[in-house]
Design a protein around this ligand. Structure first.
Ligand code: ATP
Length: 344
């Protein structure tokens, strides 16, 4: 277990602007006083009593820290230090300054499948490493896929937010129903035992969106979305997938499979011909196919709008609870952490 330093974080770091917000606190840019290096400080409010509605359990934070300590990989955010006070734990993380991958792509005029694959490969490399260490992320979605530096010609992917991640012990049966409806695997909704295959479902959904700008299971309401996921009810609408290669669709079909152990693993994905072509024809197909940029831009704009809308809702709720609502530069997305499925 990591050492949670009892010292005041501000004795070591200057606290700067807000980078983003989550359910249990803020992420702020911090500057190390001795080296003048910048980091990201994730400030997590800790529940004071077991029956308190506000804040996180200390054990959840310990779990996130333990997992981050294991994961040393170029495509996974690194943890530097942990501080603890009576009401707060502060994780000092590598600063990921390139923003979200989806925002970076949405700024482009067009993108070939082979260019999108370069990003996907890095996501899969990070996942392969995580899964080899028996760790599942369980919250993969566009908001948690960031870029280290978008100014570089080949920006590096960084997977963030290990708040729902789980480290499996041998033979352990683990269930959880927390997640985001659009990206959640069917076995999570039906509260079945989970494995790293749940992350592979999310990769299928993310790839589908990346190529078409459509969300495969999105319904009018969260309940409808969850029903679509359970039914594995999706198709490749010709209008949106007219520029997509058949290999890309094959890749998605091998991930959006209801039975978890029939899905491709991250390792298998990395040798799928769409990711790693064997023949010249396969390589050519990827370079002739492109992502549906018009539709993707619309999807991303709507996603960002929903993030702002949900932030306003969250602030209103805090105001009604008479709690202070701090402003932030990167508001919370539609992160409905669904805990019960009684209506499904
Ligand atoms: P959630 O409630 O969504 O799970 P969380 O409290 O676990 O959120 P994160 O998702 O880890 O918090 O971070 C919230 C936001 O802060 C992210 O969406 C991102 O914009 C920003 N952020 C997180 N980590 C970093 C980092 N290392 N560098 C830069 N920005 C970051």
């Amino acid at each position: 277990m990591a050492l949670f330093k009892p010292e005041n974080v501000e004795d070591f770091y200057e606290i700067e602007e807000v980078l983003g917000s989550g359910h249990f606190g803020q992420v702020r840019k911090v500057c190390e006083r001795t080296s003048r290096t910048h980091w990201a400080g994730k400030f997590l409010k800790i529940r004071k009593t077991a029956c308190s509605r506000l804040g996180l359990d200390r054990t959840s934070v310990e779990r996130e820290v333990e997992i981050l300590q294991i994961l040393h990989h170029p495509n996974i955010v690194a943890l530097k230090d942990v501080f603890e006070s009576r009401s707060e734990v502060v994780l000092i993380l590598e600063l990921v300054s390139g923003g979200e991958l989806f925002d970076f792509i949405a700024e482009k005029e067009n993108l070939l499948e082979c260019e999108a694959i370069e990003f996907l490969k890095q996501i899969l490399e990070g996942l392969k490493f995580m899964h080899k260490n028996n760790i599942a992320h369980f919250d993969l979605k566009p908001e948690n896929i960031m870029l280290s530096d978008k100014g570089s010609p080949h920006p590096n992917i960084k997977l963030i937010d290990f708040g729902l991640a789980h480290h499996f012990c041998q033979g352990e049966e683990y269930r959880s129903t927390s997640g985001t409806p659009q990206y959640i695997a069917p076995e999570m909704i039906s509260n079945e035992p989970l494995s790293t295959a749940a992350d592979m479902w999310s990769i299928g959904v993310i790839t589908y969106i990346l190529l078409s700008g459509l969300s495969p299971f999105q319904g009018e309401t969260d309940e409808e979305t969850l029903k679509n996921v359970i039914a594995t009810n999706y198709q490749f609408n010709k209008h949106y997938f007219s520029m997509t290669s058949s290999m890309a669709k094959d890749f998605i079909m091998k991930l959006l499979i209801k039975t978890p152990n029939e899905r491709m693993t991250a390792e298998e994905c990395l040798v799928h011909p769409w990711i790693k072509p064997i023949t010249r024809t396969q390589a050519d197909k990827r370079s002739r196919s492109s992502i549906n940029m018009r539709s993707f831009k619309k999807f991303n704009a709507k996603r960002k709008w929903k993030m702002s809308y949900n932030m306003v809702l969250m602030c209103n709720r805090l105001v009604s609870l008479r709690l202070p609502c701090k402003s932030n530069s990167n508001p919370d997305p539609l992160q409905v952490r669904i805990k019960t499925y009684s209506k499904v």
